[in-house]
Write a protein of this length. Structure first.
Length: 332
């Protein structure tokens, strides 16, 4: 019988790509999402879909008692750094309190394997790059703080109840599925790659470069861009690692290559074949100058081997999606 996997937040950007990868790998997938930031259209047609919230214990209990879930992948969270600073309690409620309710339900139903989304924002301003998983974690925003709290909650829940987990600390997810059916669609959009491509499409007059006076070679911030399908694959490897009985762990999920904001814009200009209007703007509060992962651990322990590491290729896959869906899922 096919292994049944419950994906919470499976209608969001990274969740929907992981659901596609799970279905393509032959898993029986159940998606639950409250559709606050996700899209019903993003859910793979072969996955079962239930609309509901992880803070609703009855919803979770009902779902788990009617299914035979062997593992959970948990994406259901709010993830905007800026919003987390103006509305921190929303983040504590959904990310921390929601995960507590989820864990209570999992313990009650004896579901003991879970992979969940963490973030490079747990590190805060890094002391060095590439960043190792063992480096200090001093988040500089509420979003990162709530993800770090989640990691700690998982740790103590394992001690008491034996729920094993893998935490994946994402760096900068970008790109889109090659089918052209799903891609990045946030409202409001705050991420660099979609904003650059929306400027290329004329949906925005220009893209702002948030600061060119950082201590980096061209003065703009450096990030580690990872293709969302490589990221999705890592979730399957992490889940299979837990299903084999391996111990809980935390992994960085980035390629280990840094690109500056200007380099990303130049890559996008090569991909679209024309200049993209851009302008230097003030720094955005809380942006570290450089965030680049050491990906040595996830490659060694999980055997993760990203296939789409070239920045032009990552941007090209996002471009295919944005051209075909200039209004995201809104026009459908
Ligand atoms: N940037 C611009 N102009 C824009 C948008 C972004 O110059 O219009 C810059 C940012 O300053 C940053 C880089 O482009 O240097 C990437 O910014 P994103 O907003 O795309 O991504 P972040 O690195 O800020 O955020 C990512 C994840 C978050 C996570 C964070 C950890 O999307 O979920 O890394 O710091 F919390």
């Amino acid at each position: 019988m096919k292994q049944q996997v419950l994906v919470l937040g499976g209608a969001g950007y990274i969740g929907s790509h992981t659901v596609y990868a799970l279905v393509e790998s032959g898993y029986d997938v159940i998606v639950a999402d409250n559709l606050e930031t996700g899209y019903r259209q993003a859910v793979h047609p072969k996955a079962s879909f239930y609309r509901g919230d992880i803070r609703d214990r009855d919803f979770l209990d009902d779902l788990l008692s009617r299914s035979d879930v062997g593992a959970v992948i948990h994406f259901a969270a709010n993830s905007l750094v800026g919003e987390s600073m103006t509305n921190p309690l929303k983040y504590y409620d959904n990310n921390v309190n929601g995960t507590r309710i989820l864990l209570q339900s999992l313990v009650a139903h004896d579901v003991k394997r879970i992979v969940f989304s963490s973030t490079a924002a747990t590190y805060g301003e890094p002391e060095r790059v590439p960043i190792l998983e063992s480096d200090p974690t001093h988040p500089t925003n509420t979003y990162g703080e709530t993800k770090l709290s989640m990691e700690k909650m998982f740790r103590w829940t394992e001690v008491a109840h034996g729920v094993r987990y893998v935490s994946l600390r994402y760096f900068n997810a970008s790109g889109a599925h090659e089918s052209g059916r799903i891609g990045e669609a946030h409202n409001p959009e705050t991420h660099l790659v979609p904003l650059v491509l929306q400027a290329a499409l004329g949906k925005r007059p220009k893209v702002d470069i948030y600061g060119d006076d950082y201590d980096t070679p061209d003065g703009t911030c450096i990030r580690d861009y990872i293709h969302v399908c490589d990221l999705a694959q890592a979730h399957i490897l992490a889940m299979e690692y837990l299903l084999k009985g391996s111990p809980s762990d935390i992994f960085n999920l980035g390629n280990g290559n840094g690109f500056s904001v200007k380099e990303v814009i130049r890559a996008a200009e090569r991909v679209v074949g024309r200049p993209i209007p851009n302008e230097i703007a003030p720094r955005r509060a809380g942006d570290p100058a450089q965030l680049v992962a050491s990906s040595e651990k996830i490659r060694r322990v999980l055997g993760w081997n990203p296939q789409r590491t070239d920045i032009d290729g990552i941007v090209a896959s996002a471009w295919a999606w944005h051209q075909a869906h200039p209004d995201g899922f809104g026009g459908e």
